[in-house]
Ligand binder design. Structure first.
Ligand code: BES
Ligand code: ZN
Length: 607
């Protein structure tokens, strides 16, 4: 071939790969299309005194194109030295961006097979929350946990921080002798005398599923493949609450194919954990705010378990495709719950989800592009665009497919999808192609009845959204109507309501409810002292707007202790609307107890 043509081909293919890279991941500096990390050996020490993690991250690399460097993502990591096969490597750092951090470009000189980065985290590393003993249940020992999703893995490990890149890992972790470390890996069941622990994760995972927690933890077995890690004083309550975990695992396997992560254990964190749950493989992290004492919030466990198929096995390629993780997971979650508790029960969750969807669409704006399933979060912190849209609009799209094609056919499709894409990432475009090749083969149905494009690339809630009815909730609405018509609350027959019915009742109270009505309700049902965090969340919002001061003390205690963003966001927003000074004074006390992701959300509301 003539040189001139060769040059043109090289130029064109370079151009293509730049374009591809733009499509690949807007939220990572790395170029896994050129060279990628396929295995990590992590050797770190957790230093509670200085609140830092330090050590070595050694990667095995696989080169796909002719390059002489690799780019990793870092965010405020102190890089001490970099080596490859014992030889020092030169490197350069890109400009720091407050959302994405910086690129770490390492020159590979001669060796392309491995790279060792010696580093330490800085004091405020965003993924990490260091808790003092008084922020734990036991009050005697400090505690640490990580939260890496969406792009915080780079704040504690240098990595190709893109959900499309998977690697296996081994880790050696040194901790103070009285504490037990656990990871998203095969975990120890008890403490040892030396304080050094080894972990293995032989299934390849993306960086956002890297997780570590260290504390005074104990293990309690639930079933053959399931168990709980928690501080000793929490173990009994947790093992009652999560008793159905092994059963849910079997139900899920029965519907969606074999569970490929060996164990499914739960770690109960202190209340500052910013999420309800995080699906770290082999070890889901959960908030203690789901320990309601009546197993009414275990759908959250079904949700995190469902991620073992959608999310952890088949992963969204970028955060713009987040609905492929969460929409599928909500669909699977409700199928698991339907098998466990019956259709009446799962219908209640579906209807609450529909309310959440309508609420979120009206908050974002029904024509806003952030209500599309396929997002476009270029230059934005993905954390801001990851809303209920992915969860609930995603769910209803899949529910529509289920209704159109029947469960039997849809389940066959799901099983095939999980099997063919296991341990791989997929983006929305590829999914649509897969869907039209394997389920919706008829172009007319796709366009006329399902309207895939409207659902995925269009705003708001499409008009063919499945209707949901719940006979249990219909009864609740009758009671709400009676209440609105001035019926005395004593006469309301609410016996045997589950917490979901109560939640629906509270959500549907009239917006102009009076102080007297609120007081009357509380005298009767004592919502202010409810042990159910979902009920408290909505109750406090009602109390704020009606100036029902009796709930103030409980609300303040809740806000100071609980760091779960889903609750903090609406409560602080209501407070800012009605009592901004109170919002500010509570936040002043509470802020130090929150993880960075909650802090950054609430800062925007209160400051
Ligand atoms: N993976 C998510 C949590 C998450 C999402 C963390 C985006 C960071 C960025 C987890 O599976 C989740 O969805 N948790 C929910 C609970 C669920 C029942 C809807 C939560 O934390 O509220
Ligand atoms: Zn989820």
């Amino acid at each position: 071939m003539k040189k001139k043509y060769l040059l043109i081909i090289i130029l064109v293919s370079n151009l293509n790969c730049n374009i591809n890279n733009k499509l690949m991941d807007n939220h990572s500096f790395s170029r896994p299309d050129q060279i990628f990390t396929k295995h990590l050996d992590l050797d770190i020490e957790v230093d509670f005194f200085n609140k830092k993690i330090f050590g070595e991250a050694k990667y095995k690399l696989e080169k796909l194109k002719s390059v002489n460097h690799i780019i990793l993502d870092i965010y405020n990591l102190k890089i001490l030295k970099i080596e490859s096969n014992g030889t020092k490597c030169s490197y350069s750092l890109g400009k720091h961006d407050s959302i994405f951090g910086q690129s770490l470009k390492i020159n590979l000189e001669k060796h392309y097979d491995e790279i060792s980065i010696f580093y330490e985290t800085i004091k405020g590393a965003k993924a990490l929350q260091w808790l003092d003993p008084n922020q734990t249940a036991g009050k005697k020992n400090p505690f640490l946990f990580t939260q890496s999703q969406a792009i915080l893995a780079r704040t504690w490990i240098p990595c190709q921080d893109s959900p499309g890149v998977r690697f296996t890992y081994n880790a050696k972790v040194k901790v103070p002798k009285n504490l037990l470390p656990v990871m998203s890996a095969v975990n120890p069941f008890e403490k040892n005398d030396i304080g050094i622990y080894n972990f293995t994760m032989t299934q390849p995972i993306p960086a956002y599923l890297m997780a570590l927690s260290v504390g005074d933890l104990q293990f309690k077995k639930l079933g053959k493949h399931t168990g709980i890690y928690a501080e000793p004083s929490m173990l009994l309550k947790a093992s009652f609450e999560f008793e159905n975990t092994e059963k849910m695992l079997k139900l899920a396997e029965d519907m969606f194919g074999k569970y490929l992560w060996d164990r499914f254990d739960l770690l109960v964190l202190p209340p500052s954990f910013p999420f309800g749950g995080m699906e770290n493989p082999k070890l889901t992290f959960v908030t203690p705010t789901i320990l309601s004492g009546d197993r009414s919030l275990t759908s959250l466990i079904a949700h995190e378990l469902a991620h073992s198929w959608s999310g952890n096995l088949v992963t969204n390629k970028t955060w713009d495709d987040f609905w492929l993780n969460e929409g599928f997971t909500v669909y699977l979650e409700r199928r698991i719950i339907e098998r466990l508790k019956g259709r009446d029960y799962s219908d209640m969750l579906t209807l609450l989800g529909k309310q959440d969807l309508e609420h979120t669409v009206s908050e974002i704006g029904k024509d806003h592009e952030n209500t599309h399933l396929k997002l476009n979060l270029v230059k934005q912190d993905p954390d801001n665009g990851l809303t209920d849209i992915a969860y609930e609009k995603g769910f209803f799209f899949l529910k529509l497919l289920e209704e159109k094609f029947g469960r039997k056919q849809f389940d066959l499709f799901l099983n095939k999808y999980f099997n063919e894409y296991k341990f791989k990432a997929i983006d929305t475009e590829e999914f649509v192609e897969y869907l039209t090749n394997n389920l919706i083969k008829d172009g007319d149905i796709a366009i006329n009845e399902i309207q895939i494009d409207k659902w995925i690339y269009g705003p708001g809630i499409p008009d063919n959204c499945p209707q949901v009815k719940s006979s249990k909730f219909n009864k609740v609405i009758q009671i709400v109507d009676q209440f609105n018509n001035g019926f005395k609350i004593e006469k309301i027959k609410s016996n045997n309501w589950s917490s979901h019915e109560w939640l629906y009742f509270l959500r549907n109270l009239p917006p102009n409810i009076s102080y007297d009505q609120v007081k009357n309700l509380d005298d009767m049902f004592n919502f202010t002292d409810s042990g159910n965090s979902e009920i408290l969340n909505i109750w406090f919002q009602i109390a704020i707007k009606t100036n029902y001061k009796k709930a103030d003390k409980a609300m303040e205690k809740f806000l100071v202790n609980v760091g779960r963003r889903k609750f903090l966001e609406p409560i602080y927003s209501e407070l800012m609307k009605y009592k901004p000074n109170k919002a500010k004074s509570i936040y002043k006390k509470a802020r130090m107890n929150y993880h960075s992701v909650s802090k950054s959300t609430i800062d925007k509301i209160v400051f």
